[in-house]
Design a binder for this molecule. Structure first.
Ligand code: B3K
Ligand code: ZN
Length: 875
């Protein structure tokens, strides 16, 4: 398939100034007329070409005259029209088949023919499935949309922008019109029509605009929208306070659907959400999911400025809106909850999802140079690494400087489509500084390594920190410039006290924490007046997305774990120590010093009353199996699982069954259903303690878990208990599963968890479980959430189950991908990325995975989405 390349970018030859869309909505067939006012770039002499996919063209007219068949050609997803000039008006009428649209891109049906509703998804290139248009983000137009439909079947009619009239039509039909005063790219167009309920609230913006906030959902879900409404209001206030950004329409609609390819979509004035990112109630939503709902609501809202008012020139710049908006969302969540816990969560995700992506055959820069199918580039790299890059820039400018830069960015580019150069330019210009060296981060794939070593000179009372980034450009044709790597650091004496830092030549007052920026391949940083050999705390708060290599002793790590006031680095020291302990177990070391130090340090923290319960839960959790696998060359996921279990068992044993029991009982005695931080933290620690106990004594943990399942006031405790029962193979598990299945038969989001928890039971037996669950009447390949819950949880969330030595996991995935691809290419392509990393498996699994992938690649008729991923994975 053809590759689209960044270096081939050309400004559009034709733009659309205004768009008028008129829909006659129906489930089986929808017809729509589009009226485009065209503008031609006088510098370009190209014919009028519009994108259009699977459109049934009913009529076409130019400047009021119906066109004969000789005056236009529709082939290969392009409509070429003769005779158009600057100022011409093109009118087309097309027919769509929403109910037959299983790809969930363009206009489609959510739910059943009888009860479902119609909606759209346009990003990235869905608008061309709705009408003929220059479907690219640098064409910004003003939209007027009229919806017409049967009133009984479609009582609610919504489109982006402000409402501009509605009324009755003959034959029980009605209409509603919407005008969006802000020019926008086609990917932000949206409509929704059907039977929906709403909750609403008035909101007055800081600059005095009254906005009606309305959240829409099907009748059985509307009661679960209140949390999202509160989160929306918090997001709006936060963006006013933190960035001075006000909302800019009279209405803001949010709609929940169970049929959605991703998390949510920031359509102008009409956000559409996957129900799992919007609905929340204690009975069916875990604490983690509550935080996720808050974050996604904020993310989509923040896009109104970072994405909608200032959009991307082309899809190569995707991280301009996504990296920035993830960063804004993460800052918001950190402000609303605990900042260190949020940072731990974000960095864990980066390591679990982005580092492996960046280390495998699908690696790509935050700004990719080329793609075949853009939907394959909504990746952890573009989102999460992109956010890390913005974080570095924000760190380099400081809070006030970053705000100045953002103000200038919004001011300069409001109403336009921008590039990453524009972004760095505005941030730099507002601060009189040149940020272009950071562009190098956007252009290269792979996680950089940072080597650190310290040298203490007792006679001179000097500490020299040497930082190095191993030879950039090695192995590549073009030498790469070194990256700017900001390293936030502190020094501790051996009692765990922070030392004042005086960098050589620095005249200002000593600080306890500073940022040094490595800009060359290797640099020395010399600190004076250091009274004794210090322990450095490096890359505090994870100040750059790199892999740090520093030869700490286990005791130095334990010191940081015990004393670093930076909660993130404290956790990080524990993680590194756990990795050392893991490696000792793996290598069968006779003397396991790191292991002893690790469990001793945790045992003493376990009794430290000053420590937050949630942080303690995280400290008691070693790096996950995927992270551990990243460090190996011949990966055996089952062995990694066993070793990690063993590591946790050793920890549990050190803590002792009695201590764990007692702590569990204390925490259980305080169980509530409240959502405040302390209650959430207790639930998190309670779960961790129960899991550790389960390794030590599964019989008594099983009894506790069975009771917890039975008495659980909410989903967090219920699901934790069910998980422990399943993992421990407890006799009570079967009954709990039955109970859960029946209890949530009509709650799709809760039922998803029932599928996922079983798909994630470790080890060879998981696959039989998956095959059985596929036969459950609740399973369907047509619903992305359900596919994710069963197949996604299995192939991505269960390494020791998926990577069976006989290769059955790989063959199952390949077979399901074929079936899924025929229905929904986007979902198939995303699932297929689970094959990433197969080259580093030990040989037997590697051969089996290779065979499955090759067989799949040889199939004809694969979608462009899936073909690109499979082809990439084989590279
Ligand atoms: N912008 C959308 C993602 C669209 C994905 C298209 N395949 C959601 C978001 O990032 O906010
Ligand atoms: Zn986004």
């Amino acid at each position: 398939p053809a590759l689209i390349r960044l270096r081939d970018y050309r400004a559009p030859a034709w733009r659309v100034e205004t768009v008028e869309l008129d829909f006659d909505l129906g489930i089986e067939a929808t017809e729509l007329s589009a009226r485009l006012l065209l503008r031609r770039d006088p510098a370009q002499q190209l014919p009028l070409q519009l994108d259009g996919e699977n459109l049934q063209l009913l009529s076409i007219a130019l400047d009021g005259v119906q066109l004969p068949a000789t005056a236009y050609r529709y082939a290969g997803n392009v409509l070429e029209v003769d005779g158009a000039r600057d100022g011409s008006v093109l009118e087309t009428r097309v027919r769509l088949r929403p109910a037959a649209n299983t790809a969930l891109e363009g206009l489609y049906l959510s739910g059943s023919d009888e009860a479902g509703f119609l909606l759209t998804q346009c990003e990235a290139e869905g608008f061309r499935h709705i009408t003929f248009f220059p479907d690219r983000p640098d064409v910004l137009s003003c939209y007027r949309v009229t919806l017409r439909a049967d009133r009984a079947r479609f009582p609610v009619l919504l489109a982006g922008g402000n409402p501009d009239g509605s009324g009755e039509l003959e034959g029980g039909r009605h209409w509603a019109c919407f005008v969006d005063p802000h020019p926008k790219p086609s990917y932000l167009f949206a409509l929704v029509a059907g039977r929906l309920e709403k909750i609403e609230r008035n909101y007055v913006t800081a600059n005095g605009r009254t906005v009606q906030l309305k959240i829409w959902a099907e009748a059985d879900a509307i009661d679960r929208c209140h949390y999202a409404m509160d989160a929306l209001e918090r997001s709006m206030r936060w963006d006013e306070r933190t960035y001075g950004r006000n909302y800019d329409l009279d209405v803001f609609h949010v709609v929940a659907t169970h049929d959605f390819n991703m998390g949510a979509m920031e359509n102008k004035g009409l956000n559409i959400f996957n129900a799992k990112c919007l609905l929340a109630d204690p009975d069916s939503t875990t604490d983690e999911e509550y935080r996720h709902v808050e974050a996604v609501v904020a993310h989509e809202y923040f896009h109104n400025w970072s994405g909608n008012r200032v959009t991307c020139r082309d899809w190569f710049q995707l991280s301009l809106k996504e990296g920035l908006t993830v960063f804004r969302e993460q800052s918001f969540s950190a402000d609303m909850n605990s900042a260190p816990l949020k940072r731990i969560e974000d960095v864990s995700l980066l390591r679990r999802a982005q580092f492996p992506e960046d280390a495998g055959p699908l690696a790509h820069p935050v700004r990719p140079a080329q793609y075949s199918e853009i939907n394959n580039f909504y990746t952890a790299t573009v989102y999460e690494k992109g956010s890390e890059l913005v974080r570095m820039l924000a760190g380099a400018l400081g809070q006030a400087g970053f705000r100045r830069g953002m103000d200038l960015y919004f001011e300069r580019h409001d109403g336009h489509a921008a590039t990453l150069e524009d972004f760095l330019g505005a941030l730099g210009d507002a601060n009189g500084t040149d940020l272009t060296p950071y562009l190098a981060w956007y252009g290269q794939a792979g996680t950089p390594r940072l080597k650190a070593r310290g040298h203490y000179d007792a006679a001179r009372q000097e500490y020299t920190l040497t930082l190095a980034q191993p030879a950039p450009g090695k192995g590549t044709a073009e030498p790469r410039p070194p990256l700017p790597i900001p390293v936030k650091l502190a020094l501790f004496d051996r009692e765990g006290t922070m030392l004042p830092l005086r960098l050589d030549g620095q005249t200002s007052e000593p600080a306890s924490e500073i940022v040094v920026v490595l800009t060359q391949t290797e640099q020395h940083f010399v600190f004076g007046h250091v009274a004794s050999s210090p322990v450095p705390s490096l890359l505090r708060g994870f100040s750059a997305p790199v892999i740090l290599e520093c030869d700490y002793t286990p005791d130095e790590l334990a010191l940081l774990l015990g004393h670093d006031p930076d909660g993130f680095n404290r956790w990080e020291a524990g993680q590194q120590l756990a990795v050392r302990a893991y490696e000792e177990l793996r290598d069968g070391a006779a003397n396991s010093h790191a292991l002893d130090v690790w469990r001793a340090a945790l045992a003493s923290l376990f009794h430290d009353t000053a420590i937050d319960d949630a942080l303690l839960a995280d400290l008691l959790t070693p790096p996950g199996e995927i992270e551990l696998a990243e460090r190996e060359t011949a990966v055996d996921p089952q062995r990694i699982h066993q070793l990690r279990q063993r590591l946790q068992w050793v920890l549990a044993e050190r803590l002792g069954g009695e201590v764990l029991h007692r702590r569990y009982r204390e925490l259980a005695a305080h169980t509530t259903i409240d959502m405040d931080a302390i209650s959430q933290a207790r639930r998190r620690l309670k779960r961790r303690v129960l899991e550790l106990l389960n390794l030590l004594d599964s019989a008594s943990a099983g009894e506790l878990a069975a009771a917890q399942y039975h008495d659980a006031p909410g989903m967090t405790d219920r699901l934790a208990a069910l998980t422990v029962l399943l993992r421990g193979d407890a006799p009570q598990a079967a009954l709990a599963l039955l109970d859960f299945r029946a209890r949530y038969a009509d709650n799709a989001l809760a039922l998803d968890k029932w599928f996922a928890v079983q798909a994630q039971v470790p080890g060879e037996r998981a696959l039989d479980g998956v095959l059985m669950l596929e036969r459950d009447p609740g399973f369907t390949l047509k619903n992305p959430n359900r596919v994710q819950a069963l197949l996604g949880a299995f192939v991505r969330g269960n390494p020791s189950g998926f990577h069976r030595i006989d290769g059955a996991g790989y063959r199952l995935l390949a077979e399901r991908l074929v079936a899924l691809d025929a229905l929904n290419p986007q979902v198939a392509a995303r699932l297929a990325t689970a094959f990433n990393g197969w080259q580093r498996l030990e040989s037997q699994r590697r051969d089996a995975a290779h065979a499955a992938i090759v067989t799949l690649a040889a199939r004809t008729g694969l979608s462009r989405n899936l073909a690109e991923i499979i082809g990439g994975v084989l590279n």
